[in-house]
Design a protein around this ligand. Structure first.
Ligand code: F6P
Length: 516
């Protein structure tokens, strides 16, 4: 597969970008046919790309680029379970987790359904009080221990969907002891369920936190037998979870063909089922499944994740907007930027192509953001008048779930006003008051925030990430770059404990001595 910049469409796009740079987006909006082409509907989500600096010519060339990079072929390979994660020799089958049983590739048949059934039953038993702790009391609290893909998705979904009908979930990711101490503070071990989630079961933070949680529990229960009723694990390394002391019957498997950051659809989603019920978890999967169908069936020109990917590439590679602000105007989605940071940056923050050759163009930019309206009183000043280029995703829900309609109308009014201000700007004789505008944004509208719409939203971003990786010709499914820091931490840990730091560079040696 050639690098994207070797495709004829790349040159076409460079030329169009130069031409379009002189056209305000407000002017492009006068073309209603253009606007219609930039609005798509997918799995209950409405996407509006009309505030992007795109015209039909640019759109055609972007779609031509996607075709030339064989996006349709890669999409087929993804769903068929080919080993497209080439550096690890693995298929990438998170879509199989939410597929109908008769549509699952062979690799995933049977095991997925069994695990999800077991998980749903366990979650509902905890919620109903059928599953109880060692003194016979019902579980009131869940301490979830995991990091990265074993944390961000479940925490986001629990924050988005928990309705108070299940146990309270406390998430512990950081190895900083404050995280665990705060989570355990005030909890009664008799009514606490600990869920240890780690695909590898070797991640340092999770092991250290899980060991401390185990000690906390044993000190208070003084019983290894009791432990087995209070600790469950989710892992692809079932053996290591067993060695840690978790009963085989309390270990929920995951598989090496599911990447950590794509894993919330697996047993990693246990806290979602605990907090909102197995039916809600099923609906989450159904929403994602509907989006998968759309991704497979819709023509590229009207395909929501494809258009999101293309708008991103257009902004990053042609318009110089090297970062993406994720702006959910929904308090329950306030963790979306954190989740997307891993999904987008761990997947596509790469500098070599599939064959190991350097990339010739920029790949993923920085993802950041925060919930509206809070951000308006913090960082939006820079968005309106700063010198940095960016693009933004606004995410809103048409209907609120809380009944405070006046709040919700203000929330929506502010979301629309912000995207309008970013697009239109304002002229002024006073340079301090002038707002340049022409900042590209996409608005994603959910009818309301439900398990189904959340599933569709997260699948939308997953496929967007996949499409961008295909166009950049990189492997979106490995993360070798994170290994170096993990390795370097090992001797430093010993040196902080007293071993000689002599072989360290001068700066690190000084810092170790200073910390000691
Ligand atoms: O260090 C990065 C990473 O491997 C992520 O890709 C992953 O989601 C996270 O660590 C946690 O890994 P695990 O689930 O194996 O504990």
């Amino acid at each position: 597969m050639p690098s994207p910049e070797q495709q004829p469409a790349w040159n076409t796009l460079s030329r169009i970008a130069t031409d379009l740079a002189r056209t305000p987006v407000a002017e492009l909006l006068a073309d209603e046919a253009r606007n219609r082409a930039l609005r798509v509907h997918a799995a209950g989500l409405d996407l509006d790309f009309s505030k992007q600096r795109l015209n039909p010519e640019a759109l055609d060339a972007l779609v031509a680029l996607a075709r030339a990079q064989d996006l349709e072929g890669w999409r087929a390979r993804l769903f068929a379970g080919e080993a497209i994660n080439s550096t690890e020799g693995r298929p990438v089958l998170h879509t199989a987790l939410r597929a109908r049983e008769d549509e699952r590739p062979e690799l995933a048949a049977g095991a997925v359904a069994d695990t999800l059934t077991r998980l749903g039953r366990f979650a509902d038993d905890v919620r109903s009080g059928r599953a109880r702790g060692w003194t016979g009391r019902a579980f009131t609290d869940v301490v979830h221990i995991g990091i990265g893909g074993s944390h961000l998705g479940p925490e986001l979904a629990v924050e988005a969907l928990a309705d108070g009908s299940g146990p309270r979930c406390h998430f512990v990711a950081n190895v900083d002891g404050e995280a665990l101490t705060r989570a355990l503070d005030g909890l009664n071990p008799e009514t606490t369920l600990v869920v240890v989630v780690s695909k590898s079961f070797s991640t340092l933070e999770t092991r250290v936190n899980a060991l401390s949680a185990r000690s906390w529990f044993l000190e208070r229960s003084a019983s290894l037998a009791a432990l087995s009723r209070h600790f469950v694990a989710v892992s692809a390394n079932v053996e290591a979870a067993g060695e840690f002391g978790i009963d085989a019957g309390s270990v929920y498997p995951m598989w090496d063909w599911v990447g950590g950051r794509f894993s919330l659809w697996s047993a990693v989603g246990l806290p979602i089922a605990l907090a909102a019920g197995s039916a809600a978890f099923g609906e989450l999967l159904a929403g994602a499944r509907e989006l998968d169908r759309h991704f497979l069936d819709a023509p590229l020109e009207a395909n929501a994740p494809v258009l999101m990917a293309l708008a991103g590439i257009w902004n990053f590679n042609f318009l110089g907007a090297g970062n993406l602000a994720v702006l959910p105007y929904a308090q329950r989605l306030r963790l979306l930027p954190d989740y997307l940071q891993q999904l987008e940056m761990e997947s596509n923050g790469k500098r070599v192509q599939r064959d190991g050759q350097s990339v010739g163009v920029h790949t993923m930019g920085i993802v950041w953001g925060g919930e509206g309206t809070n951000g308006q009183h913090a960082f939006h000043q820079l968005l309106h008048q700063g010198t940095r280029s960016f693009s933004a995703d606004f995410i809103v829900a048409a209907r609120a779930g809380h009944g405070l309609e006046e709040h919700h109308r203000w929330l929506l009014a502010n979301a629309l006003a912000q995207s309008q201000a970013m697009m239109a700007g304002q002229t002024s004789d006073d340079p301090h008051r002038a707002v340049p505008g022409d900042k590209p944004s996409t608005t994603i509208v959910l009818a309301s925030l439900t398990p189904h719409s959340l599933g569709a939203l997260l699948a939308l971003y997953e496929h967007k990430v996949f499409c961008q990786g295909v166009i950049w010709n990189i492997n979106s499914f490995d993360q070798w770059g994170v290994e170096l820091g993990k390795r370097l931490a090992l001797p430093i840990h010993d040196q902080l404990g007293g071993a000689s730091p002599l072989e360290q560079d001068a700066s690190t040696r000084h810092l170790i001595e200073s910390l000691r």
